[in-house]
Write a protein that binds this ligand. Structure first.
Ligand SMILES: Cc1ncc(COP(=O)(O)O)c(C=O)c1O
Length: 399
């Protein structure tokens, strides 16, 4: 038992079909099959903390759902959460509310680069990082992460070279990293900041997964390190953490006044600076009352991650788990199966009946990999692994 929530809470199977869920009801469109076990898009199959559901129901009882302000109490909940969980003292003026991290990523590209200019990303990485750059007419510059001894690291020399050769002024940084599961160390973050300082780079630091860190690791907010105040903006949200991403609200913390004005100007041109009554309530309740639920969730996810690791070691040794330090997204190296990406896709979807995100979606560096979302009851993950194991033995016996 952990703070009132035990594993039986997260073991509950909740039927999400027919709720308009992307993960469930979008299976036909994504996989060409409506019945794969959905372990792809990054939301979880767990019930959100009961305090959030209660607060939403209470608000729903008031029958007017009009235009809604961001209340002072919401800002205070963000300030307190950053202080308590991340040892980061922020000011109210630094906070820009946004309708999601991906919109703020796109806004940053528009605010801090011009069409034709270069923007750097570090693949394999969450695919909107690519589209935020290429769909806005900017030049995509890739500073790929390097896989060394089964662990991804940043190629700092190459990063510096990218800036010098392309004149890029903006880096889209993912911390913790989706999909490779790295929680960057203070040492790595300091090295990054040194380059940013020297090369005059602005960093958009997507830290949406900052609260989903396995107990043996610790997340450092990039902006808490010295020399970062005037060049780093940090995207945060309780959406992944507390399983409320469908409510579409996030925050961008921008200490520097000039940067803040530039990004707010972009949001204002889109006229999306207002919120809705439900997201505000859920966001604040998560930060105010969700901590005990989160602590229990992290233990559950850690145990599931370890279960996957043991299962692969014992029964599917050709599939290697890249050790995951944070996020509920596991990056599986399937290269030893010796299949093309098309064959891998067919194998997982049609033979095993499992809907994971193909690694190639995260850039060419993801070829031969898949991303498994373990934000689901352990029984679901057990079925996923068993299906893969059975299909693999069939494959072997047919060879
Ligand atoms: C790194 C990262 N950033 C952003 C998002 C999505 O953020 P939002 O739903 O707030 O746009 C995700 C969702 O998977 C993510 O993994």
């Amino acid at each position: 038992m952990s703070n009132g929530f035990d594993s039986s809470y997260f073991d509950q199977i909740i039927n999400r079909e027919g709720t308009g869920s992307t993960k469930y009801d979008g299976r036909q469109a994504m996989f060409g099959k409506p019945d794969v076990i959905p372990v792809w898009v990054a939301d979880m199959d767990f019930a959100t903390p009961p305090a959030i559901t209660d607060a939403l129901m209470e608000r729903a009882k008031h029958p007017v759902y009009g235009y809604t302000l961001f209340p002072d109490s919401l800002y205070e909940s963000i300030i307190d959460w950053m202080q308590q969980r991340h040892n980061w003292t922020i000011e109210r003026d630094w906070i820009v509310m946004c309708p999601g991290v991906v919109p703020s990523l796109n806004a940053a590209v528009m605010a801090f680069s011009q069409p034709g200019e270069s923007v750097i990303i570090q693949p394999p990485v969450y695919f909107p990082f690519f589209s935020a750059v290429s769909q806005t007419g900017r030049m995509l510059v890739q500073n790929p992460l390097v896989l060394q001894n089964n662990r991804y690291v940043i190629d700092f020399d190459h990063l510096e070279q990218c800036v010098q050769e392309t004149g890029a002024r903006l880096l889209l940084f993912c911390s913790p990293h989706n999909p490779v599961g790295r929680v960057w160390s203070p040492d790595e973050l300091n090295q990054l900041l040194q380059i940013a300082e020297k090369q005059d780079l602005i960093i958009f630091s997507d830290e949406i997964h900052a609260d989903l860190i396995y107990p043996e690791h610790k997340h450092t907010v990039l902006a808490t390190l010295t020399g970062s105040e005037d060049r780093v903006m940090t995207a945060m949200a309780p959406s992944k953490t507390f399983n409320i991403p469908g409510l579409n609200l996030s925050t961008l913390i921008v200490p520097d006044k000039k940067l803040r004005k530039a990004i707010t100007d972009v949001f204002n041109t889109w006229h999306i600076s207002a919120s809705n009554p439900f997201s505000v309530i859920a966001f604040e309740t998560a930060y105010r009352q969700g901590e005990a639920w989160l602590e229990a969730l992290l233990v559950y996810l850690r145990d599931t991650r370890d279960y996957v690791q043991d299962f692969l070691n014992n029964y599917l040794p050709q599939i290697k788990l890249i050790p995951s330090e944070g996020t509920y997204l596991l990056w599986l190296d399937c290269r030893a199966l010796n299949m093309s990406d098309a064959e891998l896709k067919h194998f997982f979807i049609h033979d095993a009946g499992v809907g994971m995100s193909p690694g190639i979606l995260f850039g060419e560096q993801g070829s031969g990999f898949v991303r498994l979302n373990i934000g689901a009851p352990r029984e679901t993950i057990r079925q996923v692994l068993n299906n893969i194991r059975q299909s693999q033995s069939l494959l072997k016996s047919n060879k």
